[in-house]
Design a protein. Structure first.
Length: 116
């Protein structure tokens, strides 16, 4: 399937185009989330966070060590819960505090799962 091309900009004889593939099943909303974790800058906590993030698919993050903040960009919010993020920080001995309003796409999650 060829993607339709839409003219985006024309500068000095050069034309720039935007490729667009519109498929309803592939449309997802990327969300941003900010977490404060007191003590993140101490010891090797940043390296431990990096190893925890290796198992979290499709999540980009940036660490602000001066302020003990982690900024997350989550491509598919259905794959992540507040509890999974909290457990990730608890695994390295830190308490995660969400900054600002938590997007409604991020579910609370729980420690139990339904078997049937």
């Amino acid at each position: 399937m060829n993607a339709p091309w839409f003219p985006l900009l024309s500068l000095g004889g050069s034309r720039f185009f935007l490729a667009s593939q519109v498929r309803s099943d592939s449309l997802t909303r990327m969300i941003e989330l900010e977490v404060y974790a007191c003590g993140l800058r101490d010891g090797d906590n940043v390296l431990q966070l990096q190893s925890q993030m290796d198992v979290m698919p499709r999540i980009r993050y940036k660490v602000d060590v001066r302020h003990d903040l982690v900024y997350f960009e989550i491509d598919n919010p259905a794959e992540v819960t507040q509890r999974s993020i909290t457990k990730m920080f608890e695994a390295i001995g830190l308490e995660a505090r969400f900054v600002g309003q938590i997007p409604p796409e991020i579910e609370l999650g729980s420690d139990t799962i339904r078997l049937v």
